[in-house]
Design a binder for this molecule. Sequence first.
Ligand SMILES: Nc1nc2c(ncn2[C@@H]2O[C@H](COP(=O)(O)OP(=O)(O)OP(=O)(O)O)[C@@H](O)[C@H]2O)c(=O)[nH]1
Ligand SMILES: [Mg+2]
Length: 241
Amino acid sequence: MPGARETGLVGAALAFTGGVACALCYLTQKTTQQEPKKKPKEEPKEKPEHEHKASKTETARKTPLITEPRTAGTQVLVLGLDGAGKTSLLHCFATGSLEQDVSPTQGFNAVSINKEDLQIEFLEIGGSEKLREYWRMYLSKARVLVFVVDSSDPERFPLAKHHLQQLLSADPGLPLVLLANKQDVSGARGITDLYEALDLGNVGDGHQLSVIGTQVKKGKCEINAGVQDARDLIIEMMANH
Ligand SMILES: Nc1nc2c(ncn2[C@@H]2O[C@H](COP(=O)(O)OP(=O)(O)OP(=O)(O)O)[C@@H](O)[C@H]2O)c(=O)[nH]1
Ligand SMILES: [Mg+2]
């Protein structure tokens, strides 16, 4: 089972690095620019949950929307399909635990975290089909994009890939932190599978990329090292600008 294999790899890495319970990789992206396609395909209409098929989704490369310097952004933009775990993760980042059930985000969810004299604004936009069309409008204020994927739902990887690639094409300089969430679910795919399924090796355009496995369980996120590492990394990225 791929999930189990990945878990083994992650486990080995952990032992090696002194017990970090997630895998974290920084990847230097290719600097080659991809030619925009002449006729980008229309965004596929989302099928009902039970009908999602793992089909090959073509990357739609469009003219970049964002051209201003990256330092213009002040927010951490948190996106990902509905149910991926964005709100749960943000709650953990902010409070160190998750005590209550979360509801689907109907619009946006703003969370602020203070770390010494740094105040970091996280902005989640809900991942339902209707809200996804607004995602790109928030890119201009983003300094970092956190994209959350439900690692236990491979049938939706092509849809997640489609949206992620659209965002990255619209803002070629945007640093990306990909969170492979729900690692606790049996059969969840590991970060290597996610990397391949979302075609991250082909992102190009000099995106700074990190991939981290995370899991959020009610009342337990404070002990999940992946969540801690993700939080620390994002704070570091925001502090270093
Ligand atoms: N097992 C498990 N469940 C999780 C995890 N993260 C989130 N969930 C559950 O997944 C469901 C959806 O979580 P949300 O945080 O609301 O997801 P979201 O990405 O904010 O979804 P939208 O707001 O609809 O876009 C909830 O029932 C969470 O409890 C995880 O790591 N493991
Ligand atoms: Mg939400």
